[in-house]
Ligand binder design. Sequence first.
Ligand code: PSU
Ligand code: MN
Length: 347
Amino acid sequence: MTGLPPSTPAAFSAASAPGSSAGPAAPAVHVAEEVLRALADGRPVVALESTIFTHGLPRPRNLAVALEAERQLREAGVVPATIGVHAGVPTVGLTTEQITELSAIDGLDKVSLRDLPVVAALGRHGGTTVAATAFLAHRAGIRVFSTGGLGGVHFGASESFDESADTTTLAATPVTVISAGVKSILDIRATLERFETFNIPVIGYRTRKYPGFYVTDSGHEINFSVESPEEAAKVIDARDRLGLPQAVLIANPVDPAKQLPPEELDGILARAWAEAERQGITGNAATPFLLDHIQRDTGGRSLEVNVEVYRGNVRLGGEIAIALAAAAAAASAGGPAGRNSAAQTGA
Ligand code: PSU
Ligand code: MN
């Protein structure tokens, strides 16, 4: 359990502010000034993970995709907060220079939540998984987080216990995560069962079919859908008013015209698994191996779908963040027209 209360952004004020007194040396989490201000003003912010460009996508495409996601949000009037660990500092709102640096490092640590204190203490760089990113986003007061595919239950987990800490972390972290389902190589049925066990709502965006990352429909049904960002925002607000600690998962399928041909997917996955078995690849090495195999097997088409999936999730995350900000503004403006107390900036 992370079990942390949502903190006020002010608690993490920009790291540097040198001089002055004998306060703590540096905040445990650095939140970029731009992100702090947006949160303080009630403007929309979307968190983005770093594993997608440190471990998920090949160079040099990884950097282009990471920067494009930020640009896409800014153009929609949303402040991006790319999250990762730079020189031991868990950072919410990496700079372009930091993203560029992290995207180019070989053998960077893949940082899930349990790794966070270790890389922080040892001053290492790291790409944060969905679990670690969700935790840091929530600590900073960010409500919406867009990613590609979630971690979940691996095939054979009943023997190996190989299940991502994404599931347990999302059970205790009240953010909203937009994804196109779970990683294609996972046991989707078992993962959906775990979401149910952990009281994590799974909501289709304009669909009751759970997406299959590379394909629009994984073949699994889900119970609920929402039809608009505003409707998604209502669900999120209801979760918050109920004081529930779980994430809300918004499942956003890739455009059917841009998916991998669904009739090819089983064969693609079967060939990848067979090759992994032939080479004796297991455990943590399996995911990168399988994804790389899928990419070569599809002549790079899976990579294009991956990028398209992410683009769609970034877009929807921005729309939901805007809807949440508008709802909060409408609620607080209920009486007076008092939205505009602009004078509280400062630095
Ligand atoms: N989806 C991908 N590639 C990845 C991931 C997701 O296509 O590398 C990352 C995400 O950051 C996710 C993590 O949180 O993998 C889950 O890894 P694990 O199963 O080791 O927890
Ligand atoms: Mn694992």
